[in-house]
Design a protein around this ligand. Structure first.
Ligand code: ATP
Ligand code: MG
Length: 256
């Protein structure tokens, strides 16, 4: 069965899309079959793979509104083992729709058709805990919470923990927090070190580790540059510290 992992944090700009794009690519490099679902109306993961609006007619909005199936919208990327379900600004409309519980299970149902083809399904979510992120969490087996190493970073955690707890209880008992991922870590910055020390004190078992060392995503300009070239970091600068960190994360998920 495939592992379905949502990358979620209601805070904006913490590295969700960077993590979704580069974790998906790193898993594909490890020869896993991966589907990346862009579930954010900002469509940053879609453009991060070099797709323009004119490259595809239908997107995840059409799936969530029942007009298309996931199979209809999936695109091949420039990496062999990686497919992408693109997004579009149209998806904003879905975030505002009000409905009964059924509206929260649309993605979960849509995934049944394709899940068997993939080892990993990685879902990029928007910076909110509305209908879209709830659909992602209801459909997932796991959540990874990227956390920017900065002041107040831990404060938003209670809110997402509560959302996850509620969904686990009411709609998706298999959902678990796979880990918290410190992002944009800078070893010269005391705040970065303090944030990680805080995380270690309160959530040590939720930090990803490789050979006993906590996996930290460093602040690395290469990670910020590569979406401009429509490439994940593995196709842009394989020796960069950002690339190595995401490869370590992928390997820790696979158990290497
Ligand atoms: P949103 O909430 O708007 O969806 P997000 O949580 O998806 O944002 P990203 O888009 O991944 O966050 O990152 C925010 C900005 O920080 C982007 O410009 C991105 O290129 C940059 N960035 C993310 N991670 C890193 C990093 N490790 N090093 C340097 N820049 C980074
Ligand atoms: Mg994003």
């Amino acid at each position: 069965m495939s592992e379905i992992i949502t990358i979620a944090n209601q805070k904006g700009g913490v590295g969700k899309t960077t993590t979704a794009v580069n974790l998906a690519a790193s898993l594909a490099v490890e020869e896993k079959k991966v589907l990346l679902i862009d579930l954010d109306p900002q469509a940053n993961a879609t453009t991060g793979y070099g797709f323009k609006r004119s490259d595809y007619e239908f997107n995840i909005y059409h799936v969530l509104t029942g007009k298309k199936t996931l199979n209809d919208i999936i695109l091949k990327t420039n990496l062999d083992n990686l497919d992408l379900a693109p997004s579009n600004i149209l998806l904003t409309g879905f975030e505002q729709e009000i409905g009964n519980n059924n509206i929260k299970q649309i993605l979960s149902k849509a995934l049944k058709d394709v899940a068997l083809r993939y080892d990993f399904i990685i879902i990029d979510s928007p910076p909110s805990l509305g209908n879209i992120t709830i659909n992602a969490l209801v459909a997932s087996t796991d959540v990874i919470i990227p956390m920017q190493c900065e002041f107040y970073a831990l404060e938003g955690l209670a809110m997402i923990f509560n959302t996850i707890k509620t969904i686990k209880k009411s709609m998706n008992p298999r959902l678990k927090i796979r880990g918290i991922l410190p992002t944009m870590y800078s070893s010269q910055n005391n705040l970065s070190k303090e944030t990680v020390a805080d995380l270690q004190q309160h959530f040590n078992e939720k930090l990803f580790k490789k050979n006993g060392e906590i996996i930290l995503i460093p602040r690395n300009i290469k990670l910020a540059e590569c979406p401009g070239f429509g490439k994940p970091i593995v196709l842009y600068d394989i020796k960069s510290p950002g690339c190595i960190a995401y490869q370590n994360l992928a390997q820790s998920l696979i158990g290497l």
